[in-house]
Design a protein around this ligand. Structure first.
Ligand SMILES: N[C@@H](CCC(=O)N[C@@H](CS)C(=O)NCC(=O)O)C(=O)O
Length: 288
């Protein structure tokens, strides 16, 4: 049936025979599918994640915190393979009832504190350790404006544009048009802001940059969806300048490798339990 002929039925039914690449991920119900507890390492922070843009936000902030000497931000990053359904284990659902990476357990607190939603994790860590979020009310509010902007905007980029332009098995003009329009509008929002400011929320590098870069930085650096030419990303020159500056930060270079299972082997560190893992355990070095 072509998309023009499709008429939604009166009541939607879950077709479980429809075994697509995402059939282990996409379900119309919440809750666990299997009993399994989560592994736990030795560090104060236990992260359960995957190196997608939402995952990168947290590992970049953790690496930035360690880089400024916050040893209490030491962390174990455990790999959650969402294509295999790891996010539906009973242990994962206990710390994130929404079954999506990233999820954090702070075992340095009594009782341990669970944190889910990447934006909430960034805010929790910035508040807890007093870095990458201005203390004055106006500065803090501006950084949070952009953090919440990202949390509301990225689903149009990922679930909208990225899905229909890159992942969907059929190319649907209506959907690609709609989400391209919105993605380009968002890039223009960022470009105008970055024309006036070195960083997203002003002169200071904050969790707003750390949240936005994995999505829009990777996009304009052509590390996401192979859409650089299609979106004419070169025309967003202020976003380009900002994206390059952030990409050059050593903590960003480390953070983006954590829990990544695709791309160059040297860019993939499946699990991170120690700072030395970056030198010895990336996929090009493991077992050598
Ligand atoms: N709003 C959430 C979104 C998290 C999210 O969409 N995670 C995706 C990977 S990037 C996921 O875990 N998908 C698995 C699933 O949908 O079952 C956040 O910011 O943490």
């Amino acid at each position: 049936m072509s998309e023009q002929d499709y008429q939604p039925p009166k009541v939607w039914k879950w077709n479980q025979d429809n075994a697509s690449a995402w059939s282990k991920t996409n379900r119309p119900i919440a809750g666990p599918t299997h009993e399994k507890s989560l592994p736990q390492g030795e560090h104060p922070l236990q992260l359960y994640s995957l190196g997608t843009p939402n995952g990168q936000k947290v590992t970049i902030l953790l690496e930035e915190l360690l880089a400024v000497g916050v040893t209490a931000a030491e962390y174990d990053a455990h790999l959650i393979r969402i294509g295999e359904g790891d996010q539906f284990s009973s242990g994962f659902v206990e710390i994130n009832p929404n079954s999506k990476i990233p999820a954090l357990l702070d075992v340095s607190e009594t009782p341990p504190v669970r944190v889910f939603e990447s934006g909430a994790i960034l805010l929790y860590l910035a508040d807890k350790f007093g870095h990458f979020l201005p203390e004055d009310r106006a500065g803090r509010t501006e950084a949070l404006n952009w953090l919440f902007w990202l949390q509301g905007s990225a689903p149009y980029l990922g679930g909208g544009f990225g899905h229909f332009y890159h992942y969907a098995p059929v190319k649907i003009e209506y959907a690609i048009e709609r989400f391209t329009m919105e993605t380009k509008r968002q890039l223009d929002v960022l470009d105008r802001q970055l024309a006036e400011h070195r960083f997203i929320a002003g002169d200071e590098y904050t969790i707003a940059d750390i949240a936005i870069w994995p999505w829009y930085g990777n996009l304009v650096r052509n590390d996401q969806y192979g859409a650089a030419e299609f979106l004419d990303v070169g025309s967003y020159q202020h976003v380009q300048r900002w994206a390059e500056e952030i990409e050059n930060r050593p903590a960003v270079q480390r953070g983006r490798k954590v829990n990544r299972t695709w791309g160059e082997p040297s860019e993939q560190l499946h699990e991170r339990h120690d700072a030395a893992d970056f030198d010895t355990n990336t996929e090009d070095k493991r077992g050598k």
